[in-house]
Design a protein around this ligand. Structure first.
Ligand code: PRP
Ligand code: MN
Ligand code: MG
Length: 180
């Protein structure tokens, strides 16, 4: 049972639903009348994306990108490889990047710069979780869900070694799982 590996539930289902409603309402108001493209960053963002988009009441377009770090050092180098680029031509459209968690900020820092060449009318970020203590580069986040402590975070799309993404809440992982 994967729940046996959970140390503590940090954010429960109800709180996550309420936050998606709140963020969805703000986004619907702020982007009314614009061509909004939600860009999810695979794979961590999928659960947040599906819940958030259902709370947005204006028309949206959907796209995804997949990125990966170059080798073991890259999380610190900030260079990421684009595994899957946008399908859509976003010129003149409003991009809202949908992320599950910001840690060092290197992934989003790189992506925002990478997307600038696409001539979107705006590029903003909605991020569910913020692990502020770990930040290496400043990221301008337009919509933020919750702050989380500097622990292994799992669930609601977020993995440890590709597991736990299907937990319906955000939790911390027991130390014994990643030290053994
Ligand atoms: C995780 C998370 C963010 C990124 C944050 O993704 O989903 O995308 O790391 O880290 P950073 O702020 O230090 O760059 P990961 O690379 O593990 O891929 P995944 O989404 O497929 O799990
Ligand atoms: Mn990710
Ligand atoms: Mg991951």
């Amino acid at each position: 049972m994967i729940v046996n590996d959970v140390k503590e539930i940090l954010i429960g289902k109800e709180e996550l639903n309420a936050k998606c409603r709140e963020l969805g309402a703000m986004i619907s108001k702020d982007y009314a009348g614009r061509d909004l493209v939600l860009v999810g960053i695979l794979k961590g963002s999928v659960v947040f994306m599906t819940d958030l988009m259902k709370e947005i009441t204006i028309p949206v377009m959907l796209d995804f990108m997949a990125v990966s770090s170059y080798g073991a050092d890259t999380k610190s180098s900030g260079v990421v490889k684009i595994i899957k680029d946008l399908d859509m031509d976003v010129e003149g459209k409003s991009i809202l990047i949908v992320e599950d968690i910001i840690d060092t900020g290197l992934t989003l820092g790189y992506l925002v710069e990478y997307l600038r060449a696409r001539k979107a009318s705006s590029i903003e970020i909605v991020c569910l979780l913020d692990k502020k203590e770990r930040r290496k580069v400043e990221i301008p986040v337009k919509y933020r869900g919750f702050d989380v402590p500097d622990e292994f975070i799992i669930g609601y799309g977020i993995d440890y070694a590709e597991r736990y993404r299907n937990l319906p809440y955000v939790a911390s992982l027991k130390e014994e799982v990643y030290t053994k």
